[in-house]
Write a protein that binds this ligand. Structure first.
Ligand SMILES: Cc1cc2nc3c(=O)[nH]c(=O)nc-3n(C[C@H](O)[C@H](O)[C@H](O)COP(=O)(O)O)c2cc1C
Length: 440
């Protein structure tokens, strides 16, 4: 019977020291040109020393024009190679794994980053006017993006990251290609699932060709989108089989998009059974487990060691993914491994702007999204505190966290525009590798 402390050998030959995974959390700590900073190293050293066997970085962007948020790391020859290597060294200091998550936001790129994002089809994300009307990607855009994921994977290996994860979940670019709601194309990249999955599969193939057979390659995939006409569980099972045939080392299962952010708004916690209420993607993972044999991780809601033990014992998954608790307890890995009854903190339970603020409207998509954003902003503040070597949790409410977060994001977005202009990089025309040579 699998135990939390057991090692796991991946298909590529690399071994995970235990069954705990820190799931990706965007840090927002890069400088305005997207270069890693010493704060990344401080943060990842704390997590490395915390006992979790596999750390996944926050999403690193393949194209400086399109960010998930200002403060994302961008890996494109922008001069950030030395600090990225410091982050990798600090994040593996305790002998654990540190993999880089690689992403492109597609239409989920706020106006703060770019008013005209790219997407599989020109289907705008309508959330309070925060996102621009996307331009449909041309064949050339698609090829450039695939090459971008592969290029960043190569840079991750060079920098000292011990693996990579392609972000195929949560409504970002690859997840937009998978979903018929956002992918309305009638060419080879749209229509039947085989075509919608082509972008993800070609990306994984290109990444593998770059990093070689002995290096871990993972994908984070939605079990389902939870939105009308979105990517379904049946489709997810099929895509998992195709990924297995590509020789994937670890499939991490999550769910939701910005339109219905199931992992973060707690709405999936309605089940009566304790285990399903806590690990809300477990029932989806059981289906995926029936379809594939490759190593599976599930992230979302795991908080107590007994629930983790029974999920592992049942065999539905091989690795337990954790995110928010590690922002307030960076050494939670050691505590979980040492104490069979350990329960992680759940500060998210009290973090809402509404219903106090939004009253009966708090279930409206925009207000739901604002609640999620404010709650996430609170975790961003904890990540900043960790990266500056301070104690966590920092006491503050969701409203104050959100206000500070927005102030910082807008400041950083403005600095980014100024510095990109000064470096001769614009937000429309892609300039390939090394184009940031004008950057200081
Ligand atoms: C502050 C924050 C940042 C996140 N950033 C990312 C990210 O960059 N990439 C990603 O795949 N998921 C991201 N997520 C989602 C988490 O990886 C995870 O799927 C989700 O928080 C559910 O797990 P949990 O219940 O253990 O927190 C983020 C979540 C939070 C709270």
């Amino acid at each position: 019977m699998t135990q939390l402390a057991d090692a796991l050998q991946l298909p590529c030959g690399v071994t995970l020291p235990n069954r705990l995974l820190k799931s990706a959390m965007t840090e927002g700590l890069a400088d305005p040109l997207g270069r890693a900073t010493p704060r990344h190293a401080t943060l990842y050293r704390r997590w490395s020393e915390g006992g979790v066997g596999l750390l996944i970085s926050g999403n690193v962007m393949v194209d400086y024009r399109y960010l998930e948020r200002p403060g994302n790391i961008v890996s494109d020859g922008n001069g950030g190679e030395a600090t990225l290597a410091q982050m990798a060294a600090a994040g593996t200091a305790a002998g654990n794994q540190l993999w880089m998550q690689i992403s492109h936001p597609g239409r989920q790129c706020t106006r703060l980053s770019n008013r005209e994002p790219l997407a599989p089809s020109a289907v705008q994300l309508r959330l309070g006017g925060l996102f621009g009307q996307p331009r449909e990607m041309s064949e050339e855009d698609i090829r450039a993006a695939i090459a971008g994921y592969a290029r960043v994977a190569g840079a991750a290996r060079t920098a000292g990251f011990t693996g990579v994860q392609v972000h195929g979940a949560h409504g970002y670019l690859l997840s937009q290609f998978l979903s018929p709601r956002t992918n309305r194309r009638d060419d080879a990249w749209g229509g039947p699932l085989q075509n919608r999955a082509r972008m993800l599969l070609e990306t994984v193939r290109a990444v593998r060709a770059t990093v070689g057979p002995d290096y871990p390659v993972s994908v984070k995939l939605n079990s389902a989108d939870f939105s009308k006409n979105g990517f379904t569980l049946e489709e997810s099972c099929q895509v998992a089989q195709w990924l297995q045939a590509e020789g994937l080392d670890l499939l991490e299962i999550s769910g939701g998009t910005y339109e219905d952010f199931a992992p973060l708004d707690g709405s999936t916690r309605k089940s009566d059974s304790t285990i399903a209420r806590e690990a809300y993607f477990l029932e989806y993972a059981r289906e995926i487990r029936r379809a594939v044999t490759l190593p599976l991780a599930i992230t979302g809601g795991f908080r107590s060691r007994p629930v983790m033990d029974s999920a592992l014992a049942e065999g539905a998954l091989d690795v337990i993914g954790l995110a928010r608790p590690l922002c307030v307890e960076p050494d939670a890995g050691h505590k979980l491994l040492a104490d069979p009854q350990y329960r992680l903190p759940e500060p998210e339970e009290g973090l809402r702007l509404g219903p106090g603020v939004f009253g009966p409207y708090s279930s409206v998509a925009l207000f739901k999204a604002l609640n999620v954003q404010a709650s996430v902003a609170w975790f961003y503040r904890q990540i900043i505190a960790l990266s500056e070597g301070r104690a966590v949790p920092e006491p503050m409410g969701a409203l104050r966290a959100y206000a500070r977060h927005m102030r910082d994001e807008i400041g950083l977005a403005m600095a980014r525009r100024r510095q990109l202009r000064a470096a001769g990089r614009d937000l429309q025309t892609y300039t390939a590798d090394g184009a940031a040579s004008g950057a200081d």
